[in-house]
Design a protein around this ligand. Structure first.
Ligand code: ZN
Length: 138
């Protein structure tokens, strides 16, 4: 098996900032001339996630609203008693959604639906620079 590893950085606003990173993944696929492989896309850190979403204005509001019911921003978390960093909700959201996705690459193209984009979601309570690691396995 061959593994090619690359990475790029994204600046976020935090607070469940949802950023479409599909074009960056497509660019890396072309840069390394990947034809058939598995792309493992991973965000370093425990207050962000990688997932897929239809990247349209409605869902950009709906996803944070749904997560607010499960892990509200203003709830008091045990984590905040440990570190006083106020981002307990961000760790819970990251753990639930996960920090990586595997997307097949078939004949040189990401095997995504028409309305399916790869997104970085930054939950932290401040702007961050996130490193996205991409490994192509074939
Ligand atoms: Zn924390």
């Amino acid at each position: 098996m061959t593994i090619i590893t690359d990475r790029f950085n994204i600046n976020t606003k935090g607070f469940t900032d949802i950023i479409d990173i599909t074009s960056q993944i497509t660019d890396l696929t072309k840069k390394h001339d990947i034809k058939n492989a598995n792309a493992h896309i991973y965000v370093i850190g425990s207050t962000a996630s990688i997932t897929t979403l239809e990247y349209e204005p409605g869902l950009i509001k709906d996803l944070p609203e749904a997560l607010e019911k499960i892990a509200p921003v203003n709830k008091e978390y045990h984590h905040d008693q440990t570190w006083q960093d106020g981002n307990g909700y961000a760790h819970i959201r990251s753990a639930m959604i996960g920090t990586s996705e595997n997307i097949p690459i078939v004949d040189g193209a990401l095997f995504l639906g028409t309305w399916q984009q790869i997104v970085l979601v930054d939950f932290d309570n401040k702007p961050r620079t996130r490193t996205i690691l991409v490994q192509f396995l074939f």
